[in-house]
Design a binder for this molecule. Structure first.
Ligand SMILES: C[S@@+](CC[C@H](N)C(=O)[O-])C[C@H]1O[C@@H](n2cnc3c(N)ncnc32)[C@H](O)[C@@H]1O
Ligand SMILES: [Zn+2]
Length: 224
């Protein structure tokens, strides 16, 4: 019998400075891809509410996620100011390896819609809550999102993102001592044409000894 595994990725979405996302997505995935659980999900349409009296159909709008605030989230994590960036997530207690800490939730949108919502070139500083779900769909945690969206990136991560049946889970990669900042590698997709300036647009401040200097998953060495 074939074992059906979830596929593991740790890539938050990079709204491309150039090129399209969909042509490069497959290459950024780790195998296995073609399993029952890892097949691309159907793009879910926004639920529609029917007004039976007037027969009009009103699309239900996604709710903007409330602004984050420091405090307890669940049995494993809390939010507080991070030395890496803004608000971050921290372990409340020792977290055993493999623990499913939180689900990364948000509005499921098409990649085209993500491009409409976020234009990297128009941003002074890159800041999004997008996560690639599959080659067609992103999760935008700016809408319908929970506190998982405050987990920062690290080049030396203690967590990873696991996709299973269309859900994204943040799991402990190793035993995490209480009080540690939780982080996974966003691994923004590299582009051979990226200049140092492009890579520094996604500058990383994780502080790890092996920090790449950029959130982009590149082997290029940055002059710093
Ligand atoms: C999903 S949010 C993480 C939460 C963020 N700290 C906040 O308060 O909104 C992702 C954004 O946080 C920032 N970020 C996360 N990790 C980072 C890192 N290692 N270095 C620099 N910026 C980071 C980037 O602006 C990125 O687009
Ligand atoms: Zn780093």
């Amino acid at each position: 019998m074939m074992t059906v595994l979830p596929y593991r990725i740790s890539q938050q979405r990079l709204c491309s400075l150039r090129g399209t996302f969909s042509t490069t997505f497959a290459a950024s995935q780790t195998k296995p891809m073609a399993t029952k659980k890892s097949k691309p999900q159907q793009r879910r349409r926004s639920p529609v509410r029917r007004n039976t009296k007037s027969k009009t159909v009103v699309a239900k709008r996604a709710r903007r996620s409330p602004s984050g605030k420091a405090g307890l989230v669940n049995e494993w994590m809390e939010l507080r100011q991070s030395p890496i960036h803004g608000l971050g997530a921290f372990s409340l207690t020792d977290i055993p390896k493999g623990t499913r800490i939180i689900e990364y939730t948000g509005e499921k949108i098409s990649n085209a819609e993500a491009d409409r919502r976020y234009d990297d070139e128009a941003m002074r500083q890159h800041h999004t809550f997008l996560f690639i779900l599959n080659e067609r769909t992103c999760v935008d945690a700016a809408f319908e999102g929970n506190e998982s969206r405050f987990i920062n990136h690290s080049c030396d991560p203690n967590c990873e993102a696991v996709i299973e049946r269309g859900h994204i889970w943040i799991e402990a990669l190793k035993k995490i001592p209480a009080g540690t900042e939780l982080a996974y590698d966003y691994a923004y997709e590299d582009d051979p044409d990226y200049t140092e300036k492009d890579l520094l647009f996604y500058a990383c401040r994780c502080g790890a000894p092996n920090c790449r200097g950029t959130i982009v998953n590149t082997r290029k060495k940055l002059k710093r």
